[in-house]
Design a protein around this ligand. Structure first.
Ligand code: SAM
Length: 280
């Protein structure tokens, strides 16, 4: 199975892009059926083509458990750093089909539940629609960004200037996982500016990035980042947003220029992407 998955990845620069193909969707969702038939809890997961679209490594048909578990560590780390609590206003950019949000939705320890508000932003209509149908509207809002992407969907009215529909100084935490790794400079700058605007003073933006200073373990094999588009290093000129990396100096300068008071990066050996943390 692993070599089959790897072979597919070599032929197409972006597996995510392939998940918009109706035949590939049927193929992926048919392969998800046995697990969902055996384990009723898995029927609450988004369809497999949406899970594969947001990235499940090479686990095309065996991603159910990792999908459910994957973002717990991120929530826990951000809570331990005091970046959010159960009453926070939280914004996730590039929320996909809710891989992080479902943890917030389902968390319950005695009478403790998430009572704040989560806003998910994405450009993918299908993922946003699925989320709107599967999350309660009292605590969860899903919003469409005006950005376009060769990988995740184009829109005739697309614009790299998107204003997040939230007031200045209103969010406790803004985060993303594997979003900046798909953004070219104009869209990235727009999210830095918007995040800075809507964060409350002293609060943080917590974003994973591909960074040339901390290359992923796949560097030299699956990843090369051999092309340049402005300050971005991209894997494919045909589908530039498939994988995008930046230098750490550029990211820190962008944080400074867009008005953040402080920025730092956390990384550990073997990790795919470091996290850039910018404080307002
Ligand atoms: C690799 S997926 C990760 C999704 C989610 N963060 C997760 O971990 O499951 C990248 C997501 O970013 C979204 N995306 C890509 N470009 C975007 C943009 N400019 N603005 C908002 N979302 C974007 C894609 O539609 C996709 O859902």
């Amino acid at each position: 199975m692993a070599s089959f998955n790897l072979a597919i990845r070599r032929v197409v620069p972006s597996l995510a892009k392939l998940t918009y193909n109706p035949l590939f969707k049927v193929f992926l969702n048919a392969g998800d059926w046995p697990a969902k038939a055996l384990f009723p809890r898995l029927r609450r997961l988004p369809p497999n083509h949406l899970r594969v679209r947001v990235g499940v490594s090479n686990k095309l048909f065996t991603n159910q458990v990792s999908y459910l578990a994957e973002r717990w560590g991120l929530w826990l780390a951000m809570a331990l750093d005091g970046l959010w609590d159960l009453d926070s206003t939280i914004v996730e950019i590039g929320c996909g089909c809710g891989r992080a949000a479902h943890i917030l939705r389902d968390f319950r320890f005695y009478d403790r539940r998430f009572r704040g508000h989560y806003y998910g932003i994405d450009i993918d209509d299908e993922a946003l629609e699925w989320c709107r149908e599967h999350f309660d509207a009292v605590r969860f809002t899903f919003m469409k960004s005006s950005h376009a992407s060769q990988t995740y969907g184009k829109d005739a009215n697309a614009s790299p200037r998107y204003t997040i529909d939230l007031p200045d100084d209103s969010a406790d935490l803004i985060f993303s996982s594997s979003l900046f790794s798909h953004l070219l400079e104009a869209e990235m700058q727009n999210y830095f500016e918007e995040s800075r605007r809507i964060l409350k003073p002293g609060r943080s933006m917590f974003m994973s990035v591909f960074c040339m200073d901390y290359p992923p373990p796949t560097m030299g094999d699956r990843h090369t980042f051999r092309h340049r588009v402005g300050n971005a290093y991209v894997e494919s000129l045909r589908v530039p947003e498939a994988a995008v990396a930046y230098e750490a100096d550029f990211l820190h300068a962008l944080a400074r220029d867009t008005g953040f008071a402080d920025s730092k990066m956390i990384h550990s050996a073997g990790a795919w992407q470091p996290y850039l943390i910018c404080q307002k």
